[in-house]
Design a protein around this ligand. Structure first.
Ligand SMILES: [Zn+2]
Length: 489
């Protein structure tokens, strides 16, 4: 009888095989996202996303991020001091479809509709809190946010927005304050105390809508950028707290071109960029297919002076990519919310186009200069604004464009009808405030599938309405996805 292997050989071979299989498995398991990119469309519910998509493409599901492999809903309710995360069911499935009253007010006693501060805190800390809080729990404890975790790991953090840098969402991404209205304190923390690498947004004291404000320096509004003293120090651009300072569109655009393959040698270590707007920056690239649309709408001066969200996003990515350990970048389309508060579908579409173009640019950047193996990208929202539905949702008896449950007749939650590219679809706003509707959550890249394991429930009606599985997570789970995907502790 021919002896092939002695037992010792077989055992060694088996051990070797299983060891290499084990190595492969752990290597796979150990692979974590070096870079985390979070896009937040403020006030962008599913129908707001659809409205913007019809404007830009004339068909549903046409955005680059609509092709991401992970597609869920996210429940955004916030928490009162009586909210118990173990007991409360903040999004009882089905209740929202009962009518406009449920959608606009509360679905559960201890879980009212959220504001951007509470939702930004949930997205960045994993903790549901009460409205108005920036990185603080409902019982008043300072919370560690995802940016803090990144600093500790030696990674870089960037915050980019089209609204003031100290507004709720960028504030909740970076700072900590018991009250979102403390703009000066928040921006002082951002500029003086936080190890941020990139901070881009609005709040310029001397300009509005791209035009110089005709007031004496002592009469200008400095609250969004740290107060007068901090502003005057940092805007001199002579290295205050290590910051490079820019405020001209040209400078943002230059930075956007300094991609890693151009081997830039003069990228700043820290950069504060304040667009020339005291309030929201204009969506000067919000047109669908015809640039003349925005040229007629905004002054040449405003266009020359306002950076686009795409320019800011690419500039931020180029600066952050200097850190080999990786980065966390939050980009907010901040004024979609404001357009929806104003029941202005056209402005909402413009803001959305500007937001979705920045996402496209970031996707392209990741594919050229990083990879989906190294990067996770999430596109979501902090809450729905406006209870936007299709034409025919209610009979507007007094024709004032507003829904009054006492005077107007509610018909049904009508689906949005498709429009041609560059045409704004007809919609009806049931409210001028925030609501409880699920918002979209899209994810792609390293660790994106973790979100599927965190699903809290399924809303079948939402599934039919918006063409996804109906599975939803909570906004606070977004933090858990980012943390697990990045492997940071
Ligand atoms: Zn709002």
């Amino acid at each position: 009888m021919k002896k092939v292997f002695g037992w010792g050989v077989v055992a060694t071979l088996a051990l070797a095989l299983s060891a290499s299989a084990f190595d492969a498995a752990t290597a796979q398991e150990a692979k974590k996202a070096k870079n985390v990119i979070l896009f937040i469309g403020d006030g962008m519910g599913f129908n707001s996303d659809l409205l913007g998509t019809y404007w830009r493409y004339g068909e549903a599901g046409a955005q680059s991020y609509h092709k991401f492999p992970v597609q869920l809903g996210s429940a955004t309710f916030c928490a009162t001091d009586k909210y118990d995360p173990k007991k409360d069911d903040g999004y009882p499935v089905g209740k929202i479809w009962e009518g406009p009253e449920a959608a606009m007010h509360r679905l559960q006693e201890n879980c009212p509709t959220t504001d951007s501060a509470a939702s930004g805190t949930a997205l960045n800390t994993g903790v549901k809190t009460q409205s108005g809080r920036i990185g603080y729990s409902k019982d008043g404890k300072k919370l560690e946010n995802f940016a803090d975790i990144n600093y500790r790991a030696g990674r870089s953090v960037g915050v980019v927005t089209t609204v003031q840098i100290s507004h709720a969402t960028p504030a909740a991404t970076s700072a900590h304050n018991i009250n979102r209205g403390n703009y000066e304190e928040i921006s002082k923390e951002q500029i003086n105390d936080l190890p941020l690498t990139v901070l881009f947004g609005a709040g310029h004291p001397a300009y509005n809508r791209g035009s110089k404000i005709n007031k004496k320096p002592e009469d200008l509004n400095y609250q969004f950028v740290g107060g007068r003293e901090v502003w005057e120090a940092v805007s001199k651009d002579n290295g205050y707290k290590g910051w490079k300072f820019i405020d001209e569109r040209e400078k943002f655009a230059e930075l956007a071109k300094k991609t890693p393959d151009t081997n830039p040698t003069d990228l700043p270590k820290k950069i504060l960029g304040i667009g020339r707007d005291n309030g929201d920056m204009l969506p000067i690239d919000g047109f669908a297919d015809d640039e003349s649309f925005v040229e007629e709408r905004y002054s040449a001066e405003a266009i020359a002076n306002t950076p686009t969200l795409t320019e800011m996003t690419l500039g931020a990515l180029n600066v952050l990519a200097q850190n080999d350990k990786g980065f966390y970048l939050m980009v907010e389309g901040g004024a979609i919310d404001h357009a929806n508060h104003g029941r202005n579908a056209q402005n909402s579409a413009l803001e959305h186009a500007s937001f979705s173009k920045a996402i496209d640019a970031a996707i392209e950047w990741v594919e050229k200069y990083s990879s989906w193996d190294d990067t996770i990208m999430i596109v979501t929202s902090d809450h729905e604004t406006g209870c936007i539905w299709g034409a025919g949702t209610f009979e507007d008896m007094d024709e004032n464009g507003k829904f009054d449950p006492k005077k107007d007749e509610f018909n049904e939650f009508a689906e949005l009808e498709e429009s041609d590219i560059g045409e704004c679809p007809e919609v009806q706003y049931l409210s001028s405030g925030h609501s409880h509707w699920l918002v979209p959550f899209y994810a792609k890249g390293q660790g994106a599938e973790i979100a599927n394991e965190l699903v809290r429930g399924n809303d079948e009606t939402a599934a039919d309405m918006w063409d996804f599985s109906g599975d939803f997570i909570y906004n606070s789970d977004v933090f858990n996805v980012m943390k697990a995907a990045s492997g940071l502790k």
